[in-house]
Ligand binder design. Structure first.
Ligand code: N01
Length: 489
């Protein structure tokens, strides 16, 4: 016979106070599960938006979509708002919903062990806690990737990764080098070409660039949003549907007309907006658009054509105290060197030690590469659920929308415990293997496998992302297939 569990007898630990951790707290409270804590290793909430503060930072998902569905914001300044505004939005929402008071700052969880039906948690500061559930909201692009370039430590000027920006370093009138031309490097270049006396962008591989204008909202528009909150909800829905039916569908079908249209727009941008034929050829990629994460910028080409800017395509030989030496022997003298070299996208909850019900460590389970059923649950890690976990839909949707859908799914798993069906549950090994095999097969049709290097690809060259449509993701998240789960008492 099943016996219902009172919600107040369930304790949840949320790891991380970024976008997904804040969301989890709000949704748990709403579901009557008020006994939870959020552990955050930093001293401030915000995750990605706390860590990435580089000049020019903005989100390339429209702001009215990159907002919680339950907390629309009539005051977004732009269609694609700057990072600081997004950070302020998360701080405001966390305050509004009383989440900020529930965060244990400066507490990095370094160990979670499932013992006798509960999770035992230890933080680096020595705090111990126990919980029935863990929600890992630890982010995706979180661990900076530092390039292996000889002499990096010899540089005499200021050197930092784009996600560790040193705001004490003066930029105006200085000689700035940027290694990397992904979404980050391109935004930094566009912002700094007008400030530095000399801006050198070190490009290893050219990027396709989608020219997306970024108009500011007028005061009248914002006033109309404030007066009619329902119009904001409709706008959220409309943009979501446009995204799902457009770009998100195109990338999972490399042969689609939609994909061709995106390529045509990028090509026209290059042909029409870069006037010097030599520069144009050096900026022209030899792989398909959106094979790498598509770079969106209204002003990158304009910036790289400024007299202050230089596109360096010679291979970097080494870093020297005075700057970057390229293979042609030229020393690019610099005061500041920015590493816009991306992130280790395969870390997820690691380096945290996670020990499941059989005593097996997550690091062993993920020895080859990370995997999880529907990117949420790992076999034998009962009641341990991830938001934006391995192989999930990253890069082409609003990660807020993704996390909201995933949380709705996780909530239904928690309900299994609440209703007394089991004490804990995790995806079965079989379901996880089948899911993994299906996604690897489906990935063959996607644009990401058409021949380029990118952070989407795992060590085998398989895209570690959702290879189906967004509609399919929505359907999968609507209701768990409980046959895919092992139930434990
Ligand atoms: O990182 P990346 P990112 N020598 O991995 C180069 C999101 N995001 O921080 O292409 C020389 O894309 C590397 O060269 P190559 C978004 O999902 C969103 O820019 O591998 N170069 C590449 O140019 C994005 O995709 C927004 O040849 C080296 C760059 O470094 C993701 O974050 C803004 C090198 C890394 O590009 C990551 O973007 C920012 C080496 N040894 C980020 N090693 C928006 O919303 C690496 N590179 C707009």
């Amino acid at each position: 016979m099943t016996r219902e569990v009172d919600a107040k007898d369930l304790r949840v630990v949320i790891i991380g106070a970024g976008m997904a951790g804040i969301l989890s707290a709000i949704k748990l409270e709403e579901a009557g599960i008020g006994n939870f804590s959020i552990y955050e290793k930093a001293d401030r909430l915000g995750g990605t938006w706390r860590e990435n503060t580089y000049p020019g930072i903005a989100c390339d998902v429209p702001s009215h979509l990159y907002s919680y569905s339950f907390a629309p914001n009539p005051d977004w300044s732009h269609q694609y708002s700057p990072g600081a505004e997004i950070q302020a939005y998360f701080e405001r929402v966390a305050k509004q919903f009383g989440v900020d008071e529930r965060i244990e700052f400066g507490q990095e969880i370094n160990r979670c062990a499932f013992i006798d039906g509960r999770w035992h948690i230890t933080t680096s500061a020595g705090i111990k806690d126990e919980a029935d559930f863990i929600i890992a909201a630890t982010g995706v692009l979180h661990h900076p990737s530092y390039p292996e370039i000889a002499g990096l430590e010899d540089f005499a000027g200021a050197l930092f990764h784009s996600a560790r920006w040193d705001h004490d370093v003066p930029l105006d009138g200085g000689r700035v080098g940027v290694i990397g031309n992904g979404s980050t490097g391109v935004q930094i270049t566009a912002a700094l070409a007008k400030r530095a006396s000399k801006l050198s962008l070190f490009q290893r591989t050219p990027q396709w660039v989608m020219p997306q204008e970024n108009p500011a909202y007028t005061e009248d528009e914002k006033q109309a949003f404030r007066a009619h909150p329902e119009s904001l909800r409709a706008l959220h829905e409309d943009i979501s549907n446009l995204f799902a039916a457009g770009f998100a569908n195109a990338v999972v079908d490399a042969d689609s007309e939609l994909m061709k249209g995106i390529e045509d727009q990028c090509l026209a941008n290059l042909e029409e907006n870069v006037s010097d034929p030599d520069l144009r050829e050096r900026l022209r990629p030899d792989y398909r658009a959106a094979c790498k994460r598509l770079v969106i910028s209204p002003d990158f080409y304009e910036a790289i054509q400024k007299p202050t800017a230089t596109l360096v395509t010679e291979e970097i030989e080494r870093i020297e105290p005075g700057g970057v030496r390229t293979r042609d022997g030229h020393l690019h003298e610099l005061d500041v060197l920015v590493l816009a070299t991306g992130f280790k996208a395969d870390r997820f909850v690691r380096p945290m030690e996670v020990i499941g019900r059989t005593g097996k460590r997550l690091d062993e389970a993920w020895a080859d590469r990370p995997s999880a059923y529907l990117s949420i649950s790992v076999p034998d890690l009962p009641n341990f659920f991830m938001l934006n976990g391995p192989n999930g839909p990253v890069g082409n949707f609003s990660l807020i929308e993704v996390a909201e859908l995933q949380f709705g799914y996780i909530q239904q798993l928690i309900d299994q415990v609440r209703s007394g069906e089991c004490r804990s549950l995790s995806a079965s090994a079989r379901a996880t293997e089948d899911f993994d095999a299906a996604r690897v097969e489906a990935a063959k049709k996607t644009i990401w496998t058409t021949g380029c290097r990118s952070w989407y690809l795992d060590d085998r060259g398989v895209p570690a992302t959702w290879p189906w449509t967004f509609d399919r993701f929505r359907e999968e998240m609507a209701e768990p297939d409980l046959a895919a789960y092992d139930f434990f008492d």
